[in-house]
Design a protein around this ligand. Structure first.
Ligand code: SF4
Length: 158
């Protein structure tokens, strides 16, 4: 879950970055990134994300937004239940809308705000069991995810 603050981060994409040799990551289906944890508490949504959700659920975008979303500081995100702040679409440990999951869920853990050694260790490695497992993401794949996340962040508020 993103802190919705990617726009303030300037990333240098060159071959001197720590991920230039690739990073091993494979989702282990733990559901941990779908549960609220501190500052990364919301599932933010662009208009495109909401349109995809709405289509999948057979709703108009307006109806989906009214039923499932709320806005904080001008940015739409999924509603949070007081009794359980986990994502509304988490079903046990599984995403019930995996095919239409929003961009921030697709690009995790390659978010600009955690792509520095300190945040990577603190905010990713310490709780995401997918890091260091499975296949190696190439530098190009990681940077594609980072660019998508940066573009998505610019579209927040739509
Ligand atoms: S939409 Fe799916 S992948 Fe994204 S936080 Fe919710 S349950 Fe997790």
């Amino acid at each position: 879950m993103s802190d919705g603050n990617v726009k303030t981060i300037k990333l240098r994409l060159d071959d001197k970055q720590w991920w230039s040799q690739g990073v091993r990551f494979q989702c282990q289906g733990s559901g941990k990134c779908c549960t609220s944890h501190g500052e990364y508490g919301f599932v933010y949504l662009t208009l495109h994300d909401r349109q995809q959700f709405a289509k999948h659920l057979g709703l108009t975008t307006q109806a989906f937004t009214r039923q499932y979303c709320e806005r904080t500081d001008g940015v739409w995100h999924l509603k949070e239940r007081k009794e359980n702040p986990d994502c509304l679409f988490l079903d046990g440990k599984r995403c019930s809308v995996y095919e239409v999951r929003p961009m921030q869920c697709r690009t995790w853990p390659f978010w600009p705000e955690v792509m520095n050694p300190k945040s990577w260790a603190k905010d990713v490695v310490s709780f995401c069991p997918g890091v260091g497992k499975g296949r190696t993401w190439s530098r190009e794949e990681i940077e594609t995810a980072l660019r998508a996340q940066i573009k998505w962040d610019r579209e927040l508020g739509t």
